[in-house]
Every structure is written in C-alpha cells, then in structure tokens.
Write a protein that binds this ligand. Sequence first.
Ligand code: CTP
Ligand code: MG
Length: 187
Amino acid sequence: MTPLEAALAGVLLMIPALVPNSAAVLFGGGRPMDFGRSWRGKRILGDGKTWRGFFGGALSGTVLGLLLTGISMVLETEDSWGYGEFQVAACAVLSLSFGAMLGDSAGSFVKRRLQIGRGEKAPLLDQYNFVAGAILLVLAFQPNWFIDHYIDGNGIYGLILFLIVVPLLHRGVNVIGYKMGKKDVPW
Ligand code: CTP
Ligand code: MG
C-alpha cells in the first residue's frame, strides 16, 4: 500500500471506534450508568453517561464494523482494506466499539475526579478518551490486527491521519448534536 492508501484504509477501519461517541448522543437518555451515585462528593460519572448511550453507541459501531467486514468479504478487497478473517474481524470490531465507549466513560470518571462538571470542556481528554479506550482494548484482544494495520508497512500513516481526523469529526458532530437540541453545548 502507498502511504496515501494506508492512511485512508487506517481511517476507514477505525469507523467502529469513531461512530459510538456520536451515536451515543442520539441514543442517550434514561438511567445514568452510575445510577446517580457519587464518590467523594462528586458524581462517579455524571448524567452525561447513560446505559442507553453506552450500548446504543457501542452496538452502532459494532453493526457498522460488521457491515464493513461483510462488504470487504464480498468485494474480496486486499487484506489491508478489510478486517481479515471473520473471527479476527468480529473481535477487532467489538474491541474498537466497546473500547471507545469504555474510554468515553473512563474520561468522564477522570473529569469528575478533576472537579470538571458534566459537559464542561476538558481539552484532549474529551477528544481522545474514546481513542485511547478503543486502541487499548484492541491491543488487549487483537494485538496483531493493530500491528498489521497501524504499525507495519505504511500503517503508521493510517494512525496519524486517524489522530488528525478525530478532533475535527468530534467538533463537527457536536455542533450537529447541539443544533439538533441533543446537546446543551456545541463541544
Ligand atoms: N451520552 C450518553 N451515554 C453515554 C455517552 C454519551 O447518554 N455513555 C450522551 C449524553 O446525552 C451526553 C452526550 O451523549 O450528554 C454527549 O456525550 P459527552 O460529550 O461524552 O458527554 P458530556 O455530557 O459532555 O459529559 P462529560 O462531561 O461526562 O463528558
Ligand atoms: Mg462532552
């Protein structure tokens, strides 16, 4: 793969990690994941983390990832554009999408410990919490998949473009969520 192809493939394969955060805004609501409980005087996670948002987000990422897997199998694309054989693909997709939502929840946990209120800005943490979660989980469950696509060959270009695209998408989606009345603030 050329560096450009590797960069595009890298972002494409990260879709299961990119989608959950935005989908959570659409699905969110109902019972908070911490059931309203506090720890040391501050909410554990806060009202911005709900079960519906968690599972709606993670399952949206999973469904899209499996769709991409199916498409690449039907088109018989080169290995680098697909997730590989089905078992590896399913494991990578699940790790990326659930990892993204776990990272998002962990980010809120850290924010509350730092006395940052729900919806208040935490630069870098807000944009990269789900990235860290997705990469950590995929490294735990499917390390070779990550190495094949993001380290070996020109894979690093995929990782770099993905890290550049994340804050731009994050911002764009949050502005849309705000305009739809789903979010109180446009960040
Ligand atoms: N959301 C949800 N459940 C989740 C994640 C997100 O319901 N597990 C919804 C909430 O409506 C949330 C919105 O998506 O307000 C935006 O998510 P995010 O920016 O992550 O939450 P914040 O409200 O900013 O809260 P925090 O400060 O804890 O990040
Ligand atoms: Mg936020």
